[in-house]
Design a protein. Structure first.
Length: 68
């Protein structure tokens, strides 16, 4: 799954630690999500969307291999 978290963080001047604090997870979790090593829960995805004031679908998008 692709995500735009790094881009959105930059647009909002947030560090990984800042986003982690706002979404109540570790900075390592944010790093793992950004690098595609971890898929966030629905709840965490909704929290991120709220922080960035966007729809979840504008943060995350499926790739072809996600369907396999």
């Amino acid at each position: 799954m692709k995500n735009r978290i790094r881009v959105l963080r930059a647009e909002h001047n947030l560090s990984q630690a800042d986003l982690a604090k706002k979404t109540q997870v570790s900075r390592q979790s944010i790093n793992a999500i950004e690098s595609g090593k971890y898929v966030p829960s629905t709840l965490l995805s909704l929290k991120m969307a709220s922080v960035f004031n966007v729809e979840v679908s504008s943060i995350f998008s499926l790739e072809e291999e996600d369907w396999k």
